[in-house]
Ligand binder design. Structure first.
Ligand code: AMP
Length: 277
């Protein structure tokens, strides 16, 4: 496994690599969720390139950025075990050199949900993902369905800018109690970790209601909210039932719908979603 810290070295490492090239972009503190992406890439691609970069421009809150879990040595160990070929670990100076002044400004799909709660988040995400794509030049990229809006925003960018990268959404990996795996779970205290599976319980409830024929978006939204209100430690940022392509809220569930939510437990903000199909 070749570990590169500069764009030039990463390009050189991938020159003439066996195709297709699959990319898995991460912020590190790797867990089984990340590894489902890596394994899928390993199965489907001749070369697997992973990146580890905690991108400062997608964090609105400096404390959140400072507190983001990091563990580069362990991450490299895990990626080597999974048979990754190239790992790109750039510095901030490499990604945002002095005078950096060009940004990708995503449109409407970046406005609601995470975009509304975290202004500028997707501008940072798109800019760094584009730069990582330009560095690694993947044929295929693997993203987690857990960050559903991110997948939608990146697909839109890929299409609009004709990047020619296939974007594959990989199903959410969960803990045994249903909690979606996330690097942020490590920041939950014992009581918060006990409470957090309420998110998946609430989403399952929405699935069940939709399956039983409930088509009223408000009723499903309220059912999710009430389920989460049952947990004292949970503080809801949003609960959404939206069109999975446009992310417009649905009053009537007359098509497949994305049920998604963001909930805070103390200082830790978790997101999750399921597709009501
Ligand atoms: P992050 O390091 O949080 O930026 O995540 C890197 C990639 O892993 C993103 O595409 C995430 O959507 C994906 N990912 C994170 N958690 C999970 C999970 N539990 N299941 C599947 N993919 C995930």
């Amino acid at each position: 496994m070749e570990v590169c810290t500069t764009i030039a070295d990463a390009r050189k490492a991938l020159e003439g690599a066996a195709g297709p090239i699959g990319a898995v972009l991460t912020m590190g503190a790797l867990h089984e969720g990340h590894l489902t992406l890596v394994r899928r890439a390993r199965e489907e691609c001749g070369t697997v390139a992973a990146s580890i970069y905690v991108n400062p421009t997608q964090f609105g809150d400096k404390n959140d950025l400072a507190a983001y879990p990091r563990g580069i040595q362990e991450d490299l160990h895990v990626l080597r075990d999974e048979g990754v070929d190239v790992v790109f670990i750039p510095t901030d100076a490499e990604m945002y050199p002095p005078g950096f002044d060009t940004w990708v400004e995503p449109g409407k799909v970046a406005e609601p949900l995470e975009g509304a709660l975290r202004p500028g988040h997707f501008k940072g995400v798109c800019t760094v993902v584009l730069k990582l794509f330009i560095t690694l030049r993947p044929d295929t990229s693997y993203f987690g369905q857990k960050d559903a809006q991110q997948v939608i925003v990146i697909r839109q960018m890929v299409e609009d800018l004709a990047l020619g990268v296939e974007v594959i959404a990989v199903p959410t990996a969960r803990d045994r109690d249903g909690l979606a795996l996330s690097s942020r779970n490590a920041k939950l205290n014992f009581a918060e970790r006990q409470a957090a599976p309420v998110l998946y319980r609430a989403l399952r409830l929405a699935e069940e209601l939709a399956l039983r024929g409930q088509r009223d978006g408000d009723i499903v939204r309220e059912a999710i909210q009430e389920c989460i209100w049952g947990e004292e430690l949970a503080d809801i940022d949003y609960v959404s039932i939206a069109d999975p392509k446009t992310l417009q809220e649905l009053t009537t569930i007359d098509r497949p719908a994305l049920a998604s939510l963001a909930v805070r437990f103390g200082d830790t903000r978790l997101i999750d979603n399921v597709l009501l199909d």
